[in-house]
Design a protein around this ligand. Structure first.
Ligand code: APR
Ligand code: PHB
Length: 403
């Protein structure tokens, strides 16, 4: 079998890339270890930056997103009884985010892939990359039918943070940067109306809490928890009590309790591997980097990476110009590091760190007080939250401008 681009992983990075390439007339095959149900069923964040929405719209994948997504023009921070509304629309000249779960995005991507007959191999085991240093790489994998070989021109490593692709960047050239946070997020989904119409990021002496949603009738709540805690230790009643305590009485008054139909604990980590390219292998999304979920940047970063990669691949295959591929890693990393900074900063502002000193705590209080009164500080938060442009310095035209 042969294709132009072999894409490893059918998460948001891999599937959006496959759709972008198809739109550009470039062939790809997606190779995924799990089943469609498994990939689609994973509960992840649900805040789409406007650039992500624009990309899905360009691909004609926004019908359900436009109908069911909730457009939020503001977000809220609560600390020690005070609350600040960040009016994103006012601060950024009309900016907003759209609340639409990653599960819904995945469903739309898979449905459209099926409609267009895009090749996706599910249940591919033992995926290996070959000859990425040369001009004719290939990917091998095992299915029920035996070991398969897919010859290609380029491999896109979109296989997430536990994938194999990043390990094909040799140790000698690879640099990794990591911060592991000393806590996790315990999250639930419940079929109850959300506490408030917009998201609320709350900082409390017991730890962080987040009030979020999937729809007007489905809530998503999180609380900061210890990394060693177990789901079994958090029966629903205990979760609701702790959530309400951390959100404060005013917001808690709006919390509607109900059975949690999903409950999970996720660790928090910041990670970047550099470079995002080796030979004919190009990494995108969680395969190259992770962010703590505080700014909801994970899926959005996966999409911005593949927007850049698809442009570079179009230059390569359609215009016979390799410069985009040569510049891909630096271009993607420039935006990745800004999203890393924002996610790290927002985590630091809103969470309780076990090792924090009295000074550290005063810094959080001072930062919050500054945010309350400074339009400049609020604008900085808002412009990061709605999503930074692909290329702020406009060294090359943005994706939107080229579309
Ligand atoms: N072979 C084939 N597929 C693999 C392999 C492998 N060895 N290892 C992992 N995969 C698949 C996973 O099963 C998953 O479906 O790669 C996919 C990677 O998807 P994500 O982890 O979602 O990563 P990405 O597409 O970069 O999206 C990043 O989405 O899931 C969230 O938390 C994630 O917000 C982040 C964003
Ligand atoms: C979510 O709704 O799952 C969510 C929202 C905002 C975040 C993280 C997760 O920052």
């Amino acid at each position: 079998m042969r294709t132009q681009v072999a894409i490893v992983g059918a998460g948001p990075a891999g599937l959006v890339l496959a759709h972008l390439l198809r739109a550009a007339g470039i062939e790809s095959v997606v190779i995924e270890r799990r089943t469609r149900d498994y990939v689609e069923g994973r509960v992840r964040a649900g805040v789409l930056e406007q650039g992500t929405v624009a990309a899905l719209a360009r691909l004609g994948l926004d019908r359900r997103l436009r109908a069911e997504g909730l457009v939020h023009t503001g977000t809220n921070l609560a600390m020690d009884g005070g609350i600040v509304r960040i009016d994103m629309a006012d601060l950024t000249g009309g900016g907003a985010v759209t609340i639409y779960g990653q599960q819904e995005v995945m469903r739309d991507l898979f449905d459209a892939a099926e409609t267009h007959g895009m090749p996706i191999v599910f249940g591919a085991e033992d995926v290996r990359l070959h000859d990425i240093d040369g001009a004719s790489p290939s990917v091998s994998y095992r299915t029920a039918a035996g070991v398969q070989h897919l010859a290609c021109d380029v491999v896109a490593g979109c296989d997430g943070s536990h994938g194999i692709c990043r390990h094909f960047v040799p140790e000698a050239v690879r640099k990794t940067f990591e911060r592991v946070y000393p806590f996790g997020w315990l999250g639930i989904l419940a079929e109850v109306p959300p506490a408030a119409p917009e998201l609320i990021y709350a900082s409390h002496a017991n730890g962080f809490a987040l009030s979020s949603m999937r729809s007007p009738t489905r809530s998503r709540y999180y609380i900061q928890c210890g990394i060693d805690e177990r789901i079994e230790d958090w029966p629903d009643d205990r979760f609701w009590d702790e959530l309400c305590l951390r959100l404060g009485p005013e917001i808690a008054a709006g919390v509607v309790r109900g059975p949690a139909f999903e409950k999970s604990i996720a660790p928090l980590r910041s990670f970047v591997g550099e470079p995002m390219r080796h030979g004919r292998l190009f990494l995108a999304g969680d395969a190259a980097h992770s962010v703590p979920p505080t700014g909801a940047k994970g899926m959005n970063l996966a999409v911005s990476d593949v927007l850049m990669l698809a442009e570079a691949l179009e230059d390569f295959f359609v215009r016979n110009d390799q410069s985009g591929l040569d510049g891909y890693s630096a271009r993607a990393l420039a935006r990745v590091w800004k999203a890393e900074r924002f996610s790290w900063w927002f985590t630091g502002l809103t969470h309780r760190f076990p090792e924090a000193t009295g000074f550290d705590r005063r810094m959080q209080v001072a930062e919050f007080a500054y945010l309350r009164t400074s339009r400049a500080a609020q604008t900085a938060l808002a412009e990061n939250y709605i999503g930074l442009p692909l290329d702020p310095a406009a060294g090359r035209p943005s994706t939107e401008a080229r579309a």
